[in-house]
Design a protein around this ligand. Structure first.
Ligand code: PA5
Length: 445
């Protein structure tokens, strides 16, 4: 199970100040369980891992197996919460150089519908020209523009190559049970569909088929992922007291630091495989907390890489930052630095040491430097990067997000601000129904 270490925060916020938030955090956690707070219609994720039973996993594995049979490349279409969970877990649990492997047991997943780049589409279709393809299209609302455009193009490509009947076997839709254009289309075309529960919002949907179907298709152990999430669900449940509840402690520390003027949280990791976990985390916290003129801005760095680009600011820039490090205790492999007879690079002092030991010392040295520079530091330690630990980590972040959103006094489960760019874009594109906005906005460009 993952460990949370907050000792290096005490120089900035005394332990007593964090403990004083105990009652508040327990109340917010209770509100998530008894559904008495803001956004209570979207709390299905709280007990979700516990509801993912064997038969649920088996039906997802069956659909994944049928896609594996027909495709070398599966195009996964979605954006935001319908994209980042699968991308994050897949990247964390895949070989760093997965894209260079020529032989693979499971199809390669490529993502689309998370941008509107013409070059991206062009290059995607060129890259899969000689590969057998299939698609998983994911959209809760079924009306989001980016994935809808991508699906229109991918659907056409699949139908042209394989015919309409075979296309229906190569496309699986994950969407709302009843509503939305994607649901209508899936029913009409006879696609297999999986449902995103009504009470689970996009950024909290990684443990639904939104995350599980693409991951199972890529051969990820989704049972272990869910097992980790279930254990964390228990470890952060309503009755677990503050002192033993990592989600409440993380939420309390964030709350105390924010109230002290720390407005930016940087999620840092020394393992490049975790970079999309940070992207998923940024959406989770940014979309949940950033509203009503409030919220901690979630940022991320991949270290030591970014110490050579962002390190100066973190060490010495405006003191509104705190840092949460995702620390990995044991890598999968062991690589040792060897002695060089010439020692021209002066690195013989490292001979016999594992690369991981050097990475660890870089991590600890950086932590102390940042703390000395005025950046409070939290550490989340994973024993290793595997499906179980990642499942636990994601659920931990979700639970803490709900609690700290309530502590901030916002509804963590809506995202009204996301609509504004859409209105402007539709007006600029002359979408029917936006005529009035269209004239006004065009004058401003
Ligand atoms: O968290 C959210 O609700 C959003 O990020 C959505 O997931 C994102 O906008 C995609 O929406 P949809 O799944 O409806 O296409």
């Amino acid at each position: 199970m993952i460990q949370l270490d907050i000792e290096k925060v005490y120089g900035f916020v005394p332990e007593s100040e964090i403990t004083a938030l105990k009652g508040e955090m327990e109340r917010y956690n209770r509100m998530l369980h008894d559904r008495s707070g803001a956004g209570s219609d979207f709390l299905g994720w709280v007990n979700l891992p516990g509801t993912v039973t064997e038969p649920v996993l088996e039906s997802i594995e069956r659909a994944a197996a049928s896609l594996r049979e027909v495709a070398d490349v599966v195009i996964v279409i979605g954006i935001g919460g319908s994209y980042l969970g699968a991308k994050a877990v897949l990247t964390a649990l895949s070989d760093n150089f997965d894209m260079l492997r020529t032989e693979r047991e499971n199809p390669l997943l490529v993502f689309a519908g998370h941008n509107i780049s013409e070059d991206y589409f062009r290059e995607l279709f060129a890259a899969v020209q000689d590969r057998r393809i299939a698609a998983i299209v994911i959209s809760k609302s079924g009306t989001t523009t980016e994935p809808a455009i991508a699906f229109r193009l991918v659907k056409k490509e699949i139908e042209q190559r394989y015919g309409k009947e075979d296309a229906a076997r190569r496309i699986v839709a994950v969407t709302d049970q009843k509503r939305g254009a994607l649901k209508t289309l899936a029913t009409r075309e006879g696609y297999r569909t999986f449902v995103i529960p009504d009470d689970v919002g996009g950024r909290f949907s990684v443990f639904t088929p939104v995350g599980l179907l693409p991951l199972a298709t890529a051969g990820i152990d989704i049972a272990a992922l869910i097992w980790g999430a279930k254990d964390m669900e228990k470890a952060t449940a309503e009755g677990v007291p503050f002192e033993q509840n990592p989600a409440m402690i993380y939420a309390a520390v964030r709350t105390a630091l924010y109230r002290q003027g720390k407005k930016i949280e940087i999620l840092a990791s020394y393992e490049p495989k975790l970079r999309y976990i940070a992207e998923w985390w940024k959406q989770l916290y940014g979309e949940s907390e950033g509203k009503d003129g409030k919220g901690i801005f979630p940022a991320s760095v991949s270290l030591t890489t970014d110490l050579h680009s962002m390190g100066q600011y973190i060490q010495d820039g405006e003191r509104i930052l705190f840092e949460t490090v995702l620390s990995v205790d044991q890598p999968e492999y062991s690589v040792t630095v060897e002695t060089d007879p010439d020692d021209l690079d002066g690195l013989n002092f490292l001979a016999g040491k594992r690369i991981h030991q050097i990475n660890r010392m870089a991590e600890l040295g950086t932590m102390l430097a940042h703390v000395d520079g005025g950046v409070p530091n939290l550490r989340i330690e994973l024993e290793k990067i595997d499906a179980y630990q990642i499942g636990a980590l994601l659920y931990f972040f979700e639970k803490a997000c709900g609690i700290s959103g309530y502590a901030l006094g916002v509804n963590p489960f809506d995202q009204p601000g996301v609509e504004d760019y859409k209105k402007n874009m539709f007006a600029l594109l002359d979408k029917p129904g936006f005529e009035k906005e269209s004239q006004a906005i065009k004058k401003r460009i």
